[in-house]
Design a protein around this ligand. Sequence first.
Ligand code: SAM
Length: 300
Amino acid sequence: MNQDNCENPFPKNEQLQEKGTLYLVATPIGNLGDITLRALETLRSVDAIAAEDTRQTVKLLNHFEIKKPLFSYFEHNKNVKGGYIIKLLEEGKNIALVSDAGSPGISDPGEDIVKLAEQNGINVTMIPGPVAAVAGLVLSGLPTGRFVFEGFLPMNKRTRKERILSLKNETRTIIFYEAPHKLIYTLNDLLDILGDRRISLARELTKKYEEIKRCMLSEALQFYNNEPPRGEFVLVLEGISEQVLEEEEREKWESVSLEQHVKIYTEMGLDKKEAIRKVAEDKGLSKRDVYNELVRNQNI
Ligand code: SAM
């Protein structure tokens, strides 16, 4: 394993070997059987483990009979503890970072320590494993070829609304994380702002009561209004279809006359020929039709 950064593209191997390695170790999202052999090997071989929630990680370590020095690294101590982790790595110690569940760095602490390690010329590697978002996506029945991960929506009303609005014309499948007590609130906002569409709600993934509900947003809302949601959720929402987007774009231009429409583009700096091409595209007409109409109205 050799990692270079752009500022020092050819660091000497001895230089890297003096320092320890930071291992980002993915852990199960429910079912302990999903731990990988490499994750176990790594947790057994490192000098210490940094954990988002030590109580949670102790359970995992006890289950696999692993005894290691353990300390916390989470959102509210990450600045202080980040420096401590780097100090240990610089002394040549190998450190594993685990989160509560799944892959560190995905809606979990991890991102900052990778940046810090990179800035300090420290090797970082990952022991890949479960990610709730990926499990939810592949089980959704929605297109998986192109997708976006949105994680948790912001709680601040305005930022939340703006974030959802920014997804209005998103054609890719959209993945969110959500806690049970906020589910109805989120389904309501998504329906209000994005309109009704297909959604898949995956809860308790890999656990005994795993459940996938594939339906329309409005149906999900109706269902969970009658039955309080339980367990953590991955929400996978259908993106808007290219066809609907094109129709909406056409409707937007419907009330604008051809002359005004061409003028908008020429005022934006396009020459007349290019403006006519754009107008034809927006209105779903041929360039010839637009041109003939303009001639008829004596605008050319
Ligand atoms: N780092 C984790 C990962 O790789 O998936 C995600 C951590 S984030 C703090 C926790 C969120 O992940 C939960 O609120 C839920 O949305 C989702 N999640 C985690 N485990 C899950 C499970 N077993 N079933 C459904 N969703 C889960």
